[in-house]
Design a binder for this molecule. Structure first.
Ligand code: AMP
Length: 315
């Protein structure tokens, strides 16, 4: 099933307690596309870079089954650049630099071959650009998933709310859910955000897993997926995007958007994210084997498999 991904393709400079990188390939759409490519190919990418972006990195994406017909290369301009530093426990990070460069006036062009889009992933980007992509598709996709971040809540809240209204699934982290809703309780936050339009909400909680919410009439359905307790975490950058890529990749590959299949997609996305954090940047996502992914998903299933105590007690 045709999957289109839009988002940043970037240079990142990262610092974690385990080391520092110079400019390496990053960006929301990079992580999403690589992650989704393990579920289906091609992944049709819509993004923009400057002519400082190495051809070898574009080739790398192509080698992973990413269709780059929708990737614009702007002569004489610089690619988006983001730099961040993580706290000792890796649970928080500070953005040091956000240079929008080519993203500042990004006009997303959708090649004709992308018009068959059935699954649309709106990766982190200015919300008015995300909305333009929806408007430029002749037919509304079967499922639109959107990811965003506090940066856009701070500078483009009205646009953000207008875009959220148009999507089926919104994926944000717990801090962002609280900021967007003004509620501390994540359940109250979920109700408020679902009232804004999306049918489903994913709240990512980093090393504490992810929650999937779906409002059915007055009833709130909730599914929780843990994060795998990992012995070593090197770099959480891109974990949320990798999660989102795995999530929509699984839904698109199976062409099934039932709540049960969304639960599987959350587990698959969590498994993909658990690989991402094991190395710097996109490195760990470049050479995954299907058996590794399968084994990791099994670890997730084992982690939460339990018969309730009351079911085995003789009362
Ligand atoms: P995550 O760790 O999932 O939040 O994603 C990190 C990626 O998001 C990095 O590779 C950055 O290049 C990208 N990024 C950071 N800030 C922005 C922004 N304002 N717009 C688009 N992409 C961004």
């Amino acid at each position: 099933m045709s999957l289109v991904v839009i988002g940043s393709v970037a240079f990142d400079a990262l610092e974690t307690p385990f080391g520092k990188t110079d400019k390496i390939i990053g960006g929301a759409a990079t992580y999403i596309s690589l992650s989704a490519s393990y579920s289906l190919k091609p992944v049709k990418l819509v993004a923009v870079v400057g002519d400082d972006f190495p051809q070898s990195d574009i080739l790398l994406l192509e080698e992973h089954g990413v269709d780059v017909e929708g990737l614009q290369v702007k002569p004489g301009e610089k690619s988006f650049f983001w730099s961040g530093i993580y706290s000792k426990d890796l649970n928080s990070r500070e953005t040091l630099v956000t240079e929008l460069n080519v993203l500042a006036d990004f006009d997303p062009i959708l090649p004709d071959s992308y018009q068959d889009c059935k699954y649309l992933m709106l990766g982190n980007l200015a919300p008015q650009v995300q909305r333009l992509v929806i408007q430029r598709l002749v037919n509304r996709p079967k499922l639109i998933v959107m990811d965003t971040m506090n940066f856009w809540m701070d500078i483009a809240l009205d646009d953000l709310i207008a875009t959220i209204e148009m999507v089926d699934v919104l994926s944000i982290n717990d801090e962002e859910a609280r900021q967007l809703s003004g509620e501390y309780s994540l359940v109250k936050a979920a109700r408020k955000i679902l009232d804004m339009g999306p049918k489903y909400l994913i709240i990512k909680k980093g090393e504490h897993g992810a929650l999937l919410f779906h409002a059915q009439k007055q009833k709130l359905k909730i599914f929780y997926a843990p994060a795998l307790p990992l012995e070593e975490v090197f770099d959480p950058t891109g974990a949320g995007d990798t999660f989102a890529g795995g999530f929509i990749g699984h839904l698109a590959a199976t062409d099934d958007i039932s709540f049960d299949n969304m639960k599987r997609a959350v587990i698959h996305g969590s498994a993909m994210a658990s690989f991402c954090v094991e190395k710097f940047g996109t490195e760990r996502l470049l050479n995954l084997k299907p058996e590794e992914i399968e084994a990791r998903e099994k670890q997730f299933a084992d982690l939460v498999e339990v018969v309730p105590a009351t079911a085995v007690q003789n009362v």
